[in-house]
Design a protein around this ligand. Structure first.
Ligand SMILES: [Zn+2]
Length: 97
């Protein structure tokens, strides 16, 4: 399963290889695209582990739940209002005999 990430620097969506490791063996960052990851490495910056874990979790959740998921609407159940007329008096005079 490949995960889609969004670079926190430039906002581009990128798809690192499966296993989060590039062809040269360097680990992919869930925070930065290849360009920014290289730029950060040159600057000597490492990704904050908490932010990286969060980005990884978010990507996994997105992969697990497709965006085209339909939300079932709640059926509109309303109590039907019945108007009752005056209850007819039962009985009355019976005309037996
Ligand atoms: Zn970037």
């Amino acid at each position: 399963m490949r995960l889609l990430f969004q670079c926190t620097e430039c906002g581009v969506h990128y798809l690192p290889p499966e296993g989060l490791a590039y062809a040269d063996g360097s680990p992919a960052s869930p925070l930065w695209c290849t360009e920014h990851q290289a730029a950060m490495r040159e600057l000597g910056l490492t990704e904050p582990p908490a932010a990286a874990a969060l980005a990884l979790l978010g990507a996994r959740q997105r992969a697990a739940a497709p965006p085209t998921e339909e939300r079932p609407g709640r059926p509109d159940i309303r109590p039907t209002r019945t108007r009752r007329g005056a209850t007819a008096p039962g009985g009355g005079r019976s005309r037996l005999h």
